[in-house]
Every structure is written in C-alpha cells, then in structure tokens.
Design a protein around this ligand. Sequence first.
Ligand code: HEC
Ligand code: HEC
Length: 362
Amino acid sequence: MIRRTAVIATLALSCSSASAPSKPCVAGGDGRYVDAPYPSLDAYCMASIRDGEITYQEGVVPYDLNTALYSDGAVKRRAVFLPKGTTAQWSDNEVFDFPVGTVLLKSFGFRTDLRDPNSKINWVETRVVLRAPEGWFAYPYVWDTTGTRATYAPGGRQPRVNWTDASGAPQTLDYLVPSETECKQCHSSNAQIIPIGPKARNLNRMFTYPDGTSDNQLAHWSKAGIVSGAPADPTTVAKLAVWDDPSGPIADRARAYLEVNCAHCHSAGGTASTSGLFLWASESDPLRYGVCKEPLSAGPGAGTLTWDVVPGLPDQSIVVYRMASTAPGVSMPQIGRGTVHTAAVQLVRDWITGLAKGPCNP
Ligand code: HEC
Ligand code: HEC
C-alpha cells in the first residue's frame, strides 16, 4: 500500500468550509479518497457542523445502532455514503458487503452539561472507514476547537474535554483519539481492516431522518438501494438487544453489550482470537464465552482470579474485574476507554449473578 503513505496533496477545495462557506459541493468530493485520505474532512463533502450538530450533505445517510461501543460517554453520530449507482449486498450475519467508494463516518462529541439533554456538544473527532479497490482503510480526523474544520490526524490526539456531570460536578478528561494503528486493533479480521457496526441485527431499529420521517433502517436502506438482496420484509430479521433497555432480558442485553464492545477483538480473526474468549452474542458454547474458562494469557489482567466468568459470582469473574478497571494491562477493552462504564459493569454483573451453575462453582 505504498501509495497511501501520503495524503492527497491538493488543498480541500471542493467543499464548504469557514473560508468558503457557500461554495457548493457534491458528496464524495472528487472521488480521490479511494487513493489516499484527504487532508481535511471537508474535502469529502459529507459532514460538517451546523448549529452545533453534525450535518450531512445530500446522499449521506445517517444511521444508529441498537447497541453501540462505549467511548467514555461520548455522543456519537454515524452515517453511510455510497457512490451513485452502487449498492451493498445484504448479509444475514456479517457486515453488509459494501462497494468500492463506500464511506462510513462516525463523529464523537461531549455534551457540556449532562443535566441538560439540549446543552451544547463539543465535537472532538470524526472517524472515517472507507472502501478502496484494495480493501478498507480507517482514518482519524480531529475537529478544531471552533468546530470549523476537521484535520487528518494519523497519529491520534489527546484533547482535554470538560463537562458538567449529572450531579452538577465539573469533569475533565484527556480523551484519547486513537491513532490509525490503534484503529486496526479493533477494526480487523485476519489482519485486514473491516467495518464493524452495519450488520442487519444491529441496524434493525427505527430512525428519524433529517426530513422528519421515521422508518425502520433496514426497510429504508432497502428502499433507497443502499442495500440489495434484503429479505422481502427486512424488519423481521433478528434484532440485537438494546443493552440499556430495561424491558429486555438481562442475558440478551449483556451479551449484546459484550458483542459490540468486545467481539471485534474477541472473535476468530480478531486481535484477541488467541485468548480463546469469543464474545459474539450468538456464541452458544458457555466455555467459549468465558464460563468457567481459565485465561490463556497469564499476567496482571486476571488479578487474583481464576476464571473469566463464574456463574453467580461476579466478584470472582475476570470479565467484571477487567471491565471495572482502567489500569493498563488490566482494562478491557485495553484501548478506546479511559473511564469505567458503570452501568454496563452492573449489567454484566447482573447477567453473571443469574447464570446457571457451571463446573467451577463450589
Ligand atoms: C476499541 C475499539 C475501537 C477502536 C480503537 C476504533 N474503533 Fe471504530 N468502531 C468500533 C466499534 C465496536 C464500532 C461499531 C459500533 C459503534 O459504532 O458504536 C466502530 C465503528 C466505527 C465506524 C462506523 C462504521 C463501522 O465500522 O461500524 C467508523 C467510521 C469507525 N469506527 C472508525 C474508526 C477509526 C478511523 C478508528 C481509529 C481512529 C477507530 N474506529 C477506532 C471499535 C473501535
Ligand atoms: C482491542 C481489542 C480488544 C477488545 C476490544 C477487548 N479485548 Fe479483551 N483481550 C484482548 C487481548 C489482546 C487479550 C489477551 C491479552 C490479555 O489478557 O490482556 C484479551 C484478554 C481478555 C480476557 C482474558 C481472557 C482469556 O480467557 O484469556 C478477558 C476476560 C477479556 N479480554 C475481556 C474483555 C471484555 C469483557 C471486553 C469488552 C468489554 C474486551 N475484552 C474487549 C483484546 C481486546
């Protein structure tokens, strides 16, 4: 991939920005992003910040997931762009097979006051995963403090973010924008970069589009030609549980959380495949999803504990111990998280508490 060592050398001319606010542009820019990343996000002509919200150009379709990755409480916005006349192929279980030229965007921001759901969001980064002829590439872009321009930042960044928490206390975090190398730790299967989220089960939910209409995302994608080969009524396919919907069964919610937050590494082909811990929600072998499983890798990660999951005993379970830690060498995931996701730790504890006894139970 020698040709990708440099960004496209041209200036970002094609899209609206602070310096050229009214210059029209067409989503996809000049299309050369399949050769190398643009130096700044506006050259894609897909997303900008207007009135404090990520706003998409025509042809860029926002989407949301039933259960998402936790990133220190960041607010996220996601969208997909396919070149005109192209379509993705439906898959029942895997990420849809997107055509060359596809761009997936994910923006991260922090709400300034958690007591006010309408308070300003400080947008920090927009991540890009795009499909070139030779495969997928993942690129970080970091917003300037005014939200005017996002610049390609292959080395990542560590901006300080401040907000007021639900109790009114001021909070500060040195938030870590991953480097391009770090993207690959999560976005990879057999050492090839891959997208993670856009699977039928995680997209199967309602969404309110910018024009105000609401539709099931799979139905919408199918009608709009974003995906072809979908079942006649795609809304009937299995849904991944919404991890924080209290009306759902705890086991489904916990397994959905572990799938989206862990399985991209903890799967065959993922960067934690050698751990032997496989966290897809569909994994049916209790030993493979950790029940009475001894960790393969020795080290500080296990603390004084012996098994990944001990039914009925969350405090004896390495999975809980590692999710509740931020210490290097212990924390899971080991990148992309600098704070403990307390609500998710509680959910996994509740799941383990309710599990039927296994061979490691006294
Ligand atoms: C800790 C693991 C992790 C790291 C590190 C990571 N991602 Fe992701 N990313 C995910 C997961 C899981 C999803 C799907 C769930 C979601 O969107 O919340 C995702 C979703 C995305 C999406 C939306 C399309 C998709 O694949 O679902 C983009 C774009 C993206 N990531 C880009 C990047 C880039 C660029 C980097 C590096 C700067 C990066 N990611 C680093 C785990 C990670
Ligand atoms: C970025 C990739 C990545 C992500 C995401 C990730 N892990 Fe890991 N995990 C690893 C690697 C690599 C190892 C092996 C080295 C070690 O134990 O630290 C591991 C090991 C483990 C172990 C020891 C397992 C064994 O049997 O050997 C547990 C438990 C674990 N992870 C839990 C989790 C949980 C729970 C999540 C999600 C909340 C998660 N991990 C997310 C990479 C990841």
